[in-house]
Design a protein around this ligand. Structure first.
Ligand SMILES: Nc1ncnc2c1ncn2[C@@H]1O[C@H](COP(=O)(O)OP(=O)(O)OP(=O)(O)O)[C@@H](O)[C@H]1O
Ligand SMILES: [Mg+2]
Length: 227
């Protein structure tokens, strides 16, 4: 079976004041389509950087990223954006909602880019799913952190992604809201076969996935697949 994501010899370095900082050091793994996966590890271990490379948001220094059979590392920014819009949902650690758009408009953007119909209705339904129907006309600055996170979730769901990357999806949520959000994410896996890649510090959430990839200092130091 072809993996949905295939990463080979992936390295990311930054240059600063004549020094090379290696943030990701020769990462290798592949993920099966429809699987649920967690990436865990201490702060600064490279989790967000890895997620950005896997989703084609950023480019590696060397190595291969193949998503749904497409080599992202050989594509330019515009082509990568197209692949993202078609196949990828992404929930950012810091939400990255567009500040000049309302919650509803933020969720409508990916639908509009795909040229879908009835996008306002679809976006409203998604906001309703995350419990924010009554906040649809609020701007990001008028929303709490947890509310912004749920708008980000609705936006990530809107293009029915083949693969969902979520960076600390429950990081800003209270226990009750967190439970709802986790259920929505796993429902997406069960109902649409969406592959999940969840970066989390939450051991309980990680334990719900089939596979836990453990990072430290830019390297993979553990990879446990549950039976
Ligand atoms: N643009 C950049 N320039 C230089 N160093 C960077 C840059 N972006 C990230 N880093 C460094 O890369 C390392 C990994 O960062 P990353 O955000 O991937 O960590 P993380 O595992 O997601 O941490 P956290 O759990 O705190 O979110 C950090 O040491 C960070 O300082
Ligand atoms: Mg991070």
């Amino acid at each position: 079976m072809t993996p949905i994501l295939n990463i080979q010899d992936l390295t990311k370095t930054y240059q600063s004041t004549g020094q090379t900082l290696t943030v990701l050091d020769n990462i290798n793994f592949s993920l099966e389509e429809g699987s649920t996966n967690a990436i865990i590890g201490p702060s600064g271990s490279g989790k967000t950087t890895l997620l950005g490379l896997c989703a084609g948001l950023d480019r590696s220094s060397s190595g291969m990223v193949e998503l749904n059979g497409i080599r992202l590392d050989s594509l330019n920014e515009d082509a990568r954006a197209q692949v993202r819009n078609q196949y990828v949902g992404f929930i950012f650690q810091n939400f990255q909602l567009l500040p000049t758009l309302t919650a509803l408009e933020n969720v409508m953007v990916p639908l509009e880019l795909r040229g879908e119909k009835h996008i306002r209705q679809q976006a409203l339904e998604l906001l309703d799913k995350v419990g924010l129907a009554d906040r649809s006309h609020h701007y990001p600055t008028q929303l709490s952190g947890g509310e912004q996170q749920r708008v980000s979730l609705a936006r990530a769901f809107s293009n029915r992604p083949k693969i969902l990357f979520a960076d600390e999806p429950t990081g800003n949520l209270d226990a009750e809201t967190s439970e709802k959000v986790v259920k929505l994410i796993f429902d997406l896996n069960r109902e649409a076969g969406t592959t999940l890649v969840l970066v989390t510090h939450d051991a309980e959430l990680a334990a719900k996935t089939q596979r836990i990839i453990r990072m430290k200092g830019g390297k993979i130091i553990g990879d446990d697949i549950m039976g």
